[in-house]
Design a binder for this molecule. Structure first.
Ligand SMILES: [Zn+2]
Length: 119
């Protein structure tokens, strides 16, 4: 008895996810995971803060961002809202200004990336 196995062609390539928020384009990359936390890195590709990189951290059911609006104003920032809209972050995750700073500091990860993005 013989079996016929058909080979399905598998295509490869590079993909990149670009997000636009208020006419500013951001490159999105998955950051390093630490313990049970997930980190997304958003780098501004256009706009007045080109090169600024913000980290959105998800820990359990909490999410927070390292951008000035979230940190200084304790706002649910546009970065968190956009990632929730794309369902890269659970829409039910509760915004918390404390999560990202603590997780990133504990993991030794720069909150704003290598570029040290301006606020
Ligand atoms: Zn933000």
């Amino acid at each position: 008895m013989s079996s016929v196995t058909e080979s399905v062609p598998v295509r490869t390539g590079h993909c990149r996810l670009t997000l636009t928020i208020d006419d500013v384009q951001y490159n999105i990359r998955r950051g390093p995971s630490y313990r049970r936390s997930k980190v997304w890195r958003l780098r501004a590709l256009t706009g007045p803060r080109v090169g600024a990189c913000y980290s959105v951290c998800v820990s359990g059911r909490q999410v927070s961002c390292a951008c000035p609006d979230a940190v200084r104003n304790s706002a649910v920032c546009k970065h968190v809202r956009a990632l929730q809209a794309l369902q890269l972050v659970n829409p039910r995750a509760v915004p918390s200004p404390v999560v990202v700073a603590g997780i990133l500091a504990e993991a030794g990860i720069s909150a704003r990336g290598q570029e040290g993005g301006a606020a």
